[in-house]
Design a protein around this ligand. Structure first.
Ligand code: A2P
Length: 279
């Protein structure tokens, strides 16, 4: 498995298995088990997904060496602030049955729609992540869904620069300003919904490209993210798709293919604008 190197020198497997919208219990357990069997070594979950216990059990039952895996979870929005963040982290760790995490992310920034002191809340929460990082409980820390303006504001206050910003990214939704800020600050961008959560799979240009390359639209989307220096986190509960999404080395996207995809008008946006969400 190829990897990216984070700004603190840690290696992160270049494709991760996303678990958003996979219900807790047998479904999440089975999907993570399939993913680990298929060769994924990087699993992405979050407290709000409600499936940390099943994800943790699948990891444990896999018998794989913990040090060969890269496990991410995220702090939910109700737990922001220094003290609450530390407590929430310990709960996630216990639910996952782990004694350290590879990556911990602030799931969404406090925003100006909900909080007058949104920037202070984000800075305080970040300080807790820095503490956890300095204690060696997590190998890397980062944020998620931080648009350019929010990330710039946070960067004014940090001692440890975030290693990651995990954002919605797929053909038809590129968030160029945010990606450019991240890449110029050595912050790796991760793509959630790299396949637009299935909303872009019927796009005719992508279908034609997939046909030409003898691959699938899903794999084109994954390859596209990688071509942009972005780490995709495809989600699937289908064993065939789980395997396919890891198998993207047998075809190439040309500079023209990439240009075509980059020029798509907006397509498949989730509707969740971090500046406006009320959750
Ligand atoms: P399924 O679970 O049946 O595979 P995203 O990762 O952008 O959130 O997209 C997830 C959605 O895309 C799910 O509905 C998943 O369905 C579907 N999906 C995942 N991988 C593929 C693939 N290789 N081909 C087609 N659909 C896929």
């Amino acid at each position: 498995m190829k990897s990216f190197k984070l700004n603190n020198g840690i290696e992160i497997p270049a494709i991760g298995f996303g678990t958003w919208q996979i219900p807790d219990g047998q479904e999440a357990y089975q999907a993570v088990k399939e993913a680990l069997d298929a060769g994924y070594t990087h699993i992405d979950t979050a407290a709000i997904y409600g499936n940390e216990k099943s994800v943790g059990k699948a990891i444990k039952d896999s018998g794989l060496d913990r040090n060969s895996l890269f496990i991410t979870t995220k702090l939910w929005n109700t737990e922001r602030g220094y003290e609450k963040t530390i407590v929430a982290f310990e709960k996630s760790l216990a639910d996952l049955q782990l004694d350290y995490l590879d990556l911990y992310l602030i799931h969404w920034p406090a925003n100006e729609t909900q909080f007058e002191n949104w920037d202070q809340i984000n800075a305080d929460t970040w300080k807790a992540l820095e503490y956890l990082y300095q204690q060696g409980k997590v190998r890397a820390i980062g944020v998620s869904n931080f648009p350019k303006a929010y990330l710039s504001k946070l960067l004014e206050t940090v001692s440890v620069v975030p290693a990651i910003n995990q954002i919605e990214f797929h053909p038809g939704y590129l968030q160029e300003d945010t990606v450019n800020l991240c890449q110029s600050n050595h912050i790796l961008v991760q793509a959630w919904s790299p396949l637009g959560s299935g909303r872009i799979l019927q796009n005719e240009t992508l279908i034609a490209l997939a046909k030409e390359k003898n691959t699938s639209v899903g794999q084109i989307c994954i390859k596209f993210a990688l071509s942009q220096g972005i780490l995709p986190l495809p989600k699937s509960t289908n064993p065939d798709n789980i395997k396919k999404n890891l198998d993207v080395d047998y075809f190439d996207l040309t500079a023209d293919d990439i240009k075509t995809i980059r020029e798509f008008p907006e397509l498949g946006f989730s509707g969740s604008d971090p500046k406006k969400v009320t959750f």
